[in-house]
Design a protein around this ligand. Sequence first.
Ligand code: KG4
Ligand code: ZN
Length: 335
Amino acid sequence: MLVLGIESSCDETGVALYDSETHTCSHVLHSQIALHAAFGGVVPELASRDHIKKILPLINKLLSETGRELSDIDAIAYTRGPGLMGALWIGASLAHTLAWSLDRPLIGVHHMEGHLLAPMLEAESPSFPFLALLVSGGHTQIVRVDDFGKYEILGQTIDDAAGEAFDKIGKVLALPFPGGPSLAKLAEQGKPGQFKLTRPMLDRPGLTLSFSGLKTQTIQAWRNSNQTDQDKANLAWSFQDTVVETLTQKMKRAMLETDIKHLVVAGGVGANRALRARLGTLAESMGGAVFYPRPEFCTDNGAMIAYAGWARLQRGERTSAHTIDVLPRWSMEAI
Ligand code: KG4
Ligand code: ZN
């Protein structure tokens, strides 16, 4: 079965073809980073307009690169939510139009389920049950995954997402947009331990996370420093270390509580090398393993949507092609 996946929930237009017979995925992507950089954050209306411009040329590119035609597509999957209303609408309306005109099955996919299942596209993929750390610009969640579609959120942030905190600190430090990868790069030049930041929520039991207080503390530390280039790198190191250590400690708690030793890390912040290293050490020390999507499938992409859509179609699920609906806010537990 050949499934077309369409992702347009935020600032990446991604389309992909998942071939279930060969278990391979071809994808093309257009990132809007340059478009939003001048504003220091994603501008929803500009995002929607750009998705409209890019989505059809991207599908044509995907088809020509893979030597396929529209009529070869057996089913269509699209991101139904969560995300920006207008941006979701572009992918959803195209998916509905294609499904209706080609007379193919359609399936709406939860964006975070896409991230969560993305490691399944790799040669070394996890088996159920596993614990997933979903860390993106909009989400920070620890999820227990007992089976496909069986998701229990064990803990999540009560305020900022980890990626959002990276982005905001990046902005305060005047780093290139988006702040996450820029700050991670700068942290490599930082000296450890020069700024002492409090690891949030570690003094309390449970798996709840919070990054807003850390963000305020980091901004204060910057204002109280001499603001030299080395201060900036040192603060980037301390901030990254605090986020990474907090996430790692919470994952350790979740592993001990559930006795599940396999971890999946997905979402944009999953590309962070310090986080990967620390979680790798943790999993190894607990006799488990950690699984990641390849870096290009960590951030938003159409491949994860095509694959998650295929998995749902296999279970007999369908979305009607007659009424277009998107869910900008949508809990994973409500799928
Ligand atoms: O999953 P994603 O592409 O989009 C959302 O669904 O949010 O995640 C984007 C987020 C941004 O906040 C970005 O700054 C962050 O992931 N990010 C990183 C790194 N690469 C991307 N954060 C920390 N370190 C990185 N290397
Ligand atoms: Zn995402």
